[in-house]
Design a protein around this ligand. Structure first.
Ligand SMILES: Cc1ncc(COP(=O)(O)O)c(C=O)c1O
Length: 411
């Protein structure tokens, strides 16, 4: 593969580990059903497609980039417009809030309560009594806050010291109370869990830990919708051979890996996970073949990926299904965002946020490293799917990195 960048990457050191444990062929193993069974994703897909304002996000062919890389195709699924929230996370947290309310109402009222009745506000008196809480670096919290507002319950959000004021305000705009914790993301997770236990709130987390799996499972099920959309959007003879996905706690990557496996069996794409150098918990877990926590001493510019502990459920899928794990440096992110904004390889300008472009940044960096490209099995027949998981979720940071506001880029 070859790639020329108008703006050379600074210090593109990457680490790669191949997960020999990953099941190369075969169908989705039934043994993984307890982690994320197909019907859970079917339910989420069916539900979210009914929400007002739902429409599939665009899948954009980056023809010029695939020519430069010498591969058969590169597609970028642009999640910037998802339900007006700016990221794919709109699919997860909000859906989990709805599932939680259905469960609470069903047990409280002693009858089966449908999601449509909750959405229509029929149970507002009861839902107002419920408080959901979560820790977040921004996007998940925005989804939970939006879901709480839509479905009529209260919402407490915990953010860590480095989460920007703009991201905080975005959650407050959906009616959430936002608490800033003096620590990192993992500390905000612990604080949210402790306060919720004391006050009878319900934690709606996107990361699972021992004894807490049900709602993270629903969050991941919601993410699965992106794969169903991609499979509707691509002709059957153009299915991806590779998917490059950015990892935080791994929930997104696990959901995408699982859904492709469930839908395509043997023909599922090779799953390549990209993480920030400073928050490489998935990479290290793959290296040691068990969940390994990382103490984050410096926050990555990829705020949504700056997580030090893998989600237990996600790991169960990734351990068996993810083929490769790579780390990338923060220095790749600004140039990648600018390249997208300028119209990468002749494509129309795209607004991609810091975490959202990580998979693309990794692909471009791999393209400049022939031995790594070969190790990942990339060649002229490869078709690569990228998930552009966020737009300018923090407009100030976006403007600083790109030099122009997102609205100007879209012109
Ligand atoms: C934009 C974006 N992309 C990717 C991710 C990674 O998702 P996960 O933490 O499930 O791995 C996040 C997480 O917050 C995110 O905000």
């Amino acid at each position: 593969m070859r790639i020329t960048q108008s703006e050379p990457y600074v210090s593109a050191a990457m680490r790669h580990v191949h997960n020999a444990q990953a099941n190369g062929g075969g169908n989705w193993p039934e043994a993984l059903d307890p982690v994320l069974e197909p019907s859970l994703i079917d339910d989420a897909v069916d539900e979210i497609r009914r929400w007002p304002g739902y429409r599939p996000t665009p899948l954009i062919a980056l023809k010029g980039l695939s020519d430069e890389l010498g591969v058969a195709g590169v597609w970028y699924k642009d999640e910037a417009t998802r339900f007006g929230l700016g990221s794919f996370k709109a699919l997860g947290g909000a859906y989990a809030v709805l599932c939680l309310l259905r469960q609470i109402l069903t047990s409280k009222l002693g009858k089966s309560v449908g999601t449509e009745a909750i959405r229509s506000g029929e149970y507002r008196t009861e839902t107002r009594e419920v408080t959901v809480a979560t820790a977040t670096d921004g996007n998940h919290g925005r989804s939970v806050a939006w879901g709480a507002q839509q479905f009529g319950c209260r919402c407490m959000i915990y953010i860590h010291a480095e989460v920007s004021a703009v991201r905080k305000q975005a959650m407050e705009a959906y009616g959430a109370t936002v608490v800033r914790v003096n620590g990192n993301y993992d500390e905000s997770v612990r604080q949210a869990a402790a306060d919720a236990a004391e006050r009878g709130w319900h934690v709606v987390s996107d990361t699972s830990y021992p004894g807490y799996t049900e709602l993270p499972q629903r969050v991941m099920a919601g993410y699965g919708l992106m794969v169903d959309e991609v499979l509707d959007q691509l002709p059957p003879d153009q299915l991806p051979t590779h998917v490059f996905i950015q990892g935080g706690v791994g929930g997104l990557a696990a959901a995408v890996c699982a859904r492709f496996w469930q839908r395509l069996g043997d023909h599922r794409p090779r799953t390549v996970i990209a993480e920030p150098d400073q928050a490489d918990c998935l990479y290290r877990s793959a290296l040691h073949q068990k969940p390994v926590a990382v103490h984050i001493t410096e926050e990555s510019i990829m705020a949504g990926l700056s997580c030090g502990e893998v989600s237990q459920l996600a790991w169960n899928v990734l351990h068996h299904g993810a083929n490769d794990f790579i780390t990338i440096e923060d220095s790749l992110i600004g140039p990648t965002m600018r390249a997208l904004a300028e119209g990468l390889g002749g494509a129309a300008p795209i607004v991609g946020g810091e975490s959202g472009v990580a998979g693309l940044a990794a692909l471009i960096a791999v393209g400049a490293d022939p031995s790594l490209a070969a190790a990942l099995g990339l060649d002229s027949g490869s078709r690569i799917l990228l998930l552009g998981t966020e737009g300018a979720t923090d407009p100030e940071i976006y403007r600083d990195l790109v030099g122009r506001a997102a609205e100007t880029v879209l012109g």
